[in-house]
Write a protein that binds this ligand. Structure first.
Ligand code: SF4
Length: 243
């Protein structure tokens, strides 16, 4: 399929097929442009630095690190999370049993770079105490935990527990509302449902959802910024903003 064969969507129309094609085609274009992203970033053994890592979380420690990152990244950039993870790694606290026993104020100091550190320290201790239960939780149960909203729950489900739950973030809303798939003020659940329905017939959904979310983040950072750089954007041919 060439880019020209896809018609641009009518603005916020009900043409499910057209939206589905745009969602599928966008993935193809972004994957071709940026390649596999290898999310979620994890700390390699023997290191204290969280790096992009090809492949799945292999151990419970990996899963715990993803959960910690999902909490720490709330309302802050990943580079601030990396510093906090590095401090936790130095203290060997990427370990639910050790973290559950850690004093909240000590933990808050270690994760200071990630912002809202008192609140996040409380959430991390809860995560550590409930770690074994969380490994078996579904979305509703996760959402019932204090401090776990839809984006955090879906990040944990997708990247830590490897369940096919599409993650929506501000970048997803920014790019696809500009493309014309939905209004800017669409709800989290509306956007999530739109993507999950469009990709429902695909195989290996967990891997696809992981990669798609990572590609969206990459594109938002490189081209579809707060002030979009449309001139060289690979999505120009399907983006309403460029009509
Ligand atoms: S053409 Fe512009 S607005 Fe549309 S996706 Fe690309 S950068 Fe964003």
């Amino acid at each position: 399929m060439t880019e020209k064969q896809i018609s641009k969507p009518d603005k916020y129309d009900d043409m499910k097929d057209s939206k589905k094609k745009i969602i599928l085609r966008t993935y193809e274009i972004l994957f071709k442009k940026y390649g596999p992203q290898g999310w979620w970033p994890l700390t390699p053994k023997g290191s204290t630095e969280s790096k992009h890592h090809q492949g799945r979380p292999k151990t419970e420690r990996d899963r715990f690190e993803v959960m910690i990152g999902a909490i720490l990244t709330q309302n802050t950039a990943w580079k601030n999370v990396e510093k906090a993870l590095s401090e936790l790694n130095k203290e060997k606290l990427i370990d639910p049993k050790r973290m559950a026993r850690t004093d909240k104020d000590v933990l808050a100091e270690l994760i200071r770079s990630a912002g809202y550190y008192n609140q996040k320290a409380e959430r991390l201790i809860m995560l550590a105490q409930r770690f074994k239960d969380i490994l078996r939780m579904g979305r509703e149960e996760l959402l019932s935990l204090k401090g776990i909203g839809p984006e955090t729950a879906d990040s944990i489900l997708l990247y830590a527990l490897e369940k096919p739950s599409f993650v929506v973030d501000a970048y997803t809303k920014r790019i696809f509302s500009r493309i014309g798939l939905f209004p800017k003020d669409s709800s989290y659940e509306e956007v999530k449902t739109l993507f999950e329905n469009a990709l429902s017939e695909k195989n290996h959904k967990t891997e696809l959802f992981k990669e798609y979310h990572a590609l969206i983040v990459e594109h938002a950072k490189r081209s579809c910024k707060t002030r979009p750089e449309c001139e060289n954007c690979v999505l120009r041919s399907i983006c309403l903003k460029e009509i």
